[in-house]
Design a protein around this ligand. Structure first.
Ligand SMILES: [Zn+2]
Length: 328
């Protein structure tokens, strides 16, 4: 379930929802269409592309450890970006620099032909990638607040804002959730898909532990940790996808998979952790045997270079949500 799939599943309002909206104050001020319903996202190619782009680059050059760890290590990136959303800022920075290289000249001219469009695109990308930092307290609070005043039936608040503000805020929330959902989409798909990507994350964390970059081996907390992740993040996220109503029936499907995977994990998670560990031991043994039988084998890639580049200006993190074009 990629961002593309999520975007393609943004649906028009059902008859029932249309009726519901007709009764609400929103209908009096705007014409009901897919445009209104998806807060302009479906009819704005730049926004859609920004979602794709954000999802594509959001973990670019990720170091396999948390932001918290990068701060503890006083990593070079912390000097560059400060102590908030370190990895996310670095990913944007890397990808943006790459996008600015000569080989993308024609592409850039197509996507962002003028400065205003370029600024808007960048702002959308910054917002999109920041949405994947689910640990930052400030970002989390801002998101929760946006959600509360928008979808928690507090019609009173929205009356004080003009229509464009309300729509932009709603669009920002929907984009946040599209990108967050695509980031953890393995948890909302078939059990085998979930297991495949869960194992990769597990292995990434084993590696961090073995390199002395984390205090605990994941085997100690993985089983319980996943249950907590489902209960406190995945299932509430899937519920929000449903509540914002943009995804129609598909959102029920995501929630259903999330709940099923959670229940399955409760039953089979411990066994899964044991299996991931024994598979890992097996692969290690094979590698050692291969190395012994062929001492001239080229060693695996040395640690990656740390590339440093331009800063993402920190104030971009707290900027107002980008505006969507008036109509399409
Ligand atoms: Zn990610």
């Amino acid at each position: 379930m990629s961002v593309g799939k999520l975007l393609s599943r943004i649906v028009g309002p059902s008859r029932y929802q249309k009726q519901e909206m007709r009764l609400s104050h929103q209908f009096k001020t705007s014409l009901l269409s897919l445009y209104d319903y998806s807060y302009g996202i479906t009819s704005d190619p730049l926004t859609q592309f920004a979602c794709f782009f954000s999802a594509l680059i959001h973990d670019c050059d990720h170091f396999g450890v948390s932001n918290q760890r990068l701060i503890e290590e006083q990593h070079a990136l912390v000097d560059m970006f400060g102590e908030r959303s370190v990895a996310e800022q670095h990913s944007i920075d890397m990808a943006w620099q790459h996008l600015m290289t000569d080989k993308f000249d024609n592409f850039r001219n197509e996507v962002m032909p003028d400065m205003d469009t370029a600024k808007r695109f960048r702002q959308l990308v910054v917002n999109g990638v920041m949405a994947t930092d689910i640990m930052d307290k400030g970002l989390k609070e801002a998101r929760n607040k946006r959600w509360a005043i928008t979808f928690a039936d507090t019609v009173g608040d929205t009356l004080l804002e003009d229509e464009t503000e309300v729509r932009n805020r709603k669009a920002t929330i929907v984009i946040d959730h599209i990108i967050q959902a695509s980031d953890v989409s393995h948890t909302m798909q078939h059990w085998h898909v979930y297991r495949k990507w869960n194992e990769r994350l597990f292995l990434e964390m084993v590696k961090a532990f073995e390199e002395g970059r984390s205090a605990k081996h994941p085997v100690e907390f993985w089983y319980k940790g996943e249950i907590g992740f489902f209960d406190f993040y995945i299932i509430p996220l899937a519920k929000k996808l449903k509540e914002c109503k943009v995804f129609g029936v598909s959102s029920a499907e995501y929630l259903d998979y999330a709940q099923k995977n959670r229940d399955e994990w409760v039953k089979r998670g411990e066994e899964a952790v044991t299996k991931m560990m024994s598979d890992l031991e097996f692969r290690k043994k094979i590698t050692v045997e291969q190395d012994l039988s062929n001492p001239n084998r080229t060693p695996r890639r040395a640690s990656r270079k740390q590339s440093l580049g331009n800063l993402v200006s920190p104030n971009e993190l707290n900027e107002v949500p980008p505006e969507l074009p008036e109509s399409a």
